[in-house]
Design a protein around this ligand. Structure first.
Ligand SMILES: [Zn+2]
Length: 131
């Protein structure tokens, strides 16, 4: 049985958490050939939850392992497909991010890759501040 089809449901991978989600778009093969799987992942996006946080003015800090990622995750220079996510996430308001890291975040930047330890450090900072 061939389960390929000329229509496919488009999926994106969330930049922040790495999950694959449906975009709600349908992809059609131009020549209507049964060339596609049921789902096709076409690129990066933001899942519902992280889109919501992005819209609310948060930037996501995504911890990744520089050794496994193969590159130093300095802001902006790590490609999402190279990032080896540790699973640890934090969200910061954009203004707070600029305060803490002394670097501004671009308006369209949804996430920043950080090295292990950065999130833990940040959490201890914010905890001591609110205590
Ligand atoms: Zn997500």
């Amino acid at each position: 049985m061939n389960d390929k089809s000329y229509v496919s449901l488009e999926r994106h991978v969330c930049l922040v958490c790495g999950i694959t989600f449906d975009t709600g778009n349908l992809l059609l093969d131009k020549r209507l050939r049964a060339s596609m799987e049921r789902h096709t992942t076409t690129g990066w996006g933001l899942c519902e939850e992280h889109r919501r946080l992005f819209d609310a003015g948060y930037v996501a800090l995504v911890e990744c392992d520089p050794q496994r990622s193969g590159l130093k995750p300095e802001a902006g220079c790590l490609k999402p497909e190279q990032a080896w996510r540790s699973g640890r996430l934090a969200h910061l308001k954009r203004e707070a991010f600029a305060d803490v890291f002394n670097v501004p975040v671009k308006d369209d930047q949804a996430c920043v890759f950080v090295e292990p330890g950065v999130i833990a450090q940040l959490q201890s900072m914010t905890e001591s501040r609110s205590a």
